[in-house]
Design a protein around this ligand. Structure first.
Ligand code: ADP
Ligand code: MG
Length: 454
């Protein structure tokens, strides 16, 4: 590791770390806190990360410091300490490697709308058979929001461009009609904000804000279905209806088509199905090469064809992973100042796997993982003890078994030390209730889930 790395080298290092960090800390935390962070300095030992607010700093320090530090250590192949500082986010200074993007200053409405990623534009989106329909629908929507395709529902597996398309709509609308209120938000943040608003008696304000937008872009809506909380689903439904009925545009992204979302509200499901439903599929090899080509160009890199082809052959089913591999190669070039050979690239991305389908987990995997993460022994978890330190992790594990496996209550009960189905149901309900009321619990479940599905 050279003594000093240029700031663009640091930015590239950080960019190439993001996909891995997302795997470790969860995509929600990564998108909310890490994507906007910047590396302020790195002396080879301690890396100082600039984050945009105190909440992000404290949250990351408390929850994710070891993960961030181990991820960076792996990348630079030596131990890295991480420290955080709050810095004002300067929108006019790109933190990531510069990408030619037309100047856009989105006027995004308040109450927690997330700023759009400047890279996620239509110009940067490679159109191919796997995404042509969704892309066309997204373009139509951005040309006449609220008029043609409402709602637009986009679904795909992870890493295939849903967030990119949603935000591209946001950029295009803001560019064309800057006075329109565009809100981009993940369903998870929506729920978290709702919970916060309920806690602080600000529900009325929350509603007013959301019901006042012109284009509502809601990402990862499966989260609403997954937490099975009547309050958040109702609130979502009402917001959706109000906007829909006043001809405001709603665009939704999800990991499954509407009919597969486990929503309690049938009217919501059928309303989601009423508009355009478009899927994104895995790109074929030519498209993957085209995407890499475009990204490499954006990074100012001229990589030999055989290297791009090698990466594209190796990583088939997730564009985010594909991009992560390319960024890793970029970081390597910027650190060593040398063009890589095919064999260096082979080595660099040896640990990138193409398997992206969520691993199916067993009841045992879940119990063991939760016991480890929540620091209780597996014997206690499955045994008879009933003190709170053990009951709580047990209930969390039971909740996740219900969520992530198709096992019956009885068979989960049998695994958890021969408990009957009503005990299992009680544990499940307990966690479901807390999810509605307690932000910490929501994050806990979210992180355990993403850890189990990584
Ligand atoms: P999802 O939301 O479906 O998980 P994202 O929108 O986050 O996926 O996409 C993952 C990464 O792949 C992003 O960096 C995005 O820019 C890139 N990407 C996805 N589809 C395309 C495409 N057609 N052209 C260029 N880049 C793409
Ligand atoms: Mg996404």
């Amino acid at each position: 590791m050279p003594e000093t790395i240029s700031s663009s080298g640091l930015a590239q290092l950080w960019q190439s770390a993001l996909p891995r960090l997302a795997e470790r800390v969860g995509h929600a935390a990564c998108d909310s806190f890490l994507r906007n962070a910047q590396v302020l300095e790195f002396d080879g030992e301690t890396l100082v990360l600039g984050v945009t607010n105190e909440f992000a700093r404290d949250w990351l320090r408390e929850k994710h410091l070891p993960a961030i530090s181990s991820c960076l250590s792996e990348m630079v192949e030596k131990p890295v300490n991480v420290d955080m500082q709050v810095v004002a986010h300067q929108a006019d200074q790109p933190i990531s490697p510069p990408v030619p993007v037309p100047p856009v200053t989105p006027t995004i409405a308040g109450f927690g709308s997330v700023p759009l990623n400047p890279k996620y534009t239509f110009e940067n989106f490679v159109v191919a058979d796997c995404n042509r329909f969704a892309h066309a629908a997204a373009q139509q929507v951005s040309k006449s929001p609220g008029k043609s395709y409402n709602p637009l529902f986009i679904y795909s597996k992870v890493g295939l461009g849903k967030t990119h398309l949603l935000q591209a709509i946001g950029h295009a609308v803001v560019r064309r009609t800057p006075n329109l209120q565009v809100v981009y938000i993940s369903a998870e943040s929506f729920v978290n904000q709702l919970i916060g608003a309920m806690r602080d008696n600000r529900t009325a304000e929350f509603r007013r804000r959301y019901r006042n937008v012109d284009v509502w872009l809601v990402d990862d809506v499966q989260f609403i279905a997954a937490i099975k909380g009547p309050a958040s689903e109702e609130e979502f439904f009402h917001t959706f209806n109000t906007l829909y009925e006043t001809n405001k545009q709603v665009v939704i992204a999800s990991d499954a088509p509407p009919r597969h979302l486990q929503l309690m509200n049938d009217r919501l499901r059928s309303r989601l199905e009423m508009g355009i439903v478009a899927d994104l599929r895995c790109p074929d090899i030519e498209t993957r090469i085209a995407i890499l080509d475009k990204k490499a160009e954006a990074e100012g890199l001229d990589l030999p064809r055989e290297i791009l082809t090698y990466i594209a052959e190796k990583i088939e089913s997730n564009i985010r992973v594909l991009e992560g591999a390319l960024l890793k190669v970029c970081a390597q070039i910027s650190l060593t100042n040398q063009q890589p050979t095919l064999s260096t690239v082979e080595e660099l991305i040896a640990d990138y796997s193409t398997a992206t389908a969520p691993r199916s987990v067993s009841v045992r995997d879940i119990a063991e993982y939760v016991a480890e993460q929540m620091e209780c022994s597996i014997e206690d978890m499955l045994g008879p003890k009933r003190n709170q330190e053990i009951v709580w992790p047990r209930q969390v594990a039971i909740y996740l078994c219900r969520e992530l496996t198709s096992n019956s209550l009885a068979s989960i009960g049998e695994f958890f030390g021969g408990r009957d189905h009503s005990t299992i149901l009680h544990g499940y309900n307990k966690v479901s209730e807390l999810l509605e009321a307690d932000e910490e619990v929501l994050w806990l479940i979210n992180e355990l889930k993403s850890g189990l599905q990584a």
